[in-house]
Design a protein around this ligand. Sequence first.
Ligand SMILES: O=C(O)CCC(=O)C(=O)O
Ligand SMILES: [Fe+2]
Length: 321
Amino acid sequence: MGEISCPIPVIDLSEESMNEAAGNGGIPRCNQVREAMEEFGCFFVVYGSDSEMMKRGRVFHLLKELFDLPIETKMKNVNSNPEIPSINGYNRLSEIHENANLFNATEPATIQSFAHLMWPSGNPNFCETFETYTKRLLELHNLITRMLFESYGIVDEEYYHSHINSMTYIMSLTGYKTSNKVDQEKEKFVGLRPHTDSDLISILDQNGVQGLEVKAKDGTWIPIHFPPSSFFVIASDALLVWSNGRISPCVHRVILEGKEDRYSIGMFSFLKGTVQIPHKLADHPHYPLKFKPFDHFAYIPFYKENKYLPAEERIKMFCGA
Ligand SMILES: O=C(O)CCC(=O)C(=O)O
Ligand SMILES: [Fe+2]
């Protein structure tokens, strides 16, 4: 059987490409971002230089180091954000699947105190690598947000800055240690059931081991193979509300195969406060106001209780107009 080419758009936001575009009068890349979000709820973004890619390899070595620590150590990472009590700092979800969540992940102090908990005698390599990494992911998140706003004609700088300044990020580090599953050499098994995420926009990364799949509009599952130097960007539940129903959250799952351990990182963006449809998107004959404003943190426990309902149904139950 021949390879089916992946229909998911790849958007090049690398520095060279952005400079080139600026020189050419600018390819309307912000429209590509919006179109990808509206059509697929996700896209690949090429971002960062080759030397940064080398460093990204380091990130996943460090995740192995982290998940190889004794469970008692990993359990010391407790939730440090009392406003989101329903998200744990550490989860052991099965014998092969565990994850660590870092709250306010873009603050260097968060990375340092996490590293100190995990490695009391210090791990400067972890701190340096993750501080740089989260900084880049934050820049990327802000760039994508700005482009999306621009494409919708929301060019109010004050609105953009107040939105960005209201964000907080949870970085979720996940390990799927399939090598622990000695008896299931060839069988595929579910790492994460189909779901959408509860935040606004998630940025995903992984080591070289495949497993992530997204559900296309026709119901088929598309395996996600990251192009070189890319991250995978997905729309989450709160973006459905913010966009007044224009952007459907991306349904995704993780299917594991073989014995190679898989490590992934998700940078999840939450609004500290109210998610609200901007006037520009509410005031349209095809898009009458669909959702009431809602408190993003208050949504999380509801989301968790109803995680496997279709996102549209869940959101409508929570804040349908
Ligand atoms: O492991 C992955 O690639 C995806 C993780 C994910 O979907 C999640 O944490 O919500
Ligand atoms: Fe997810």
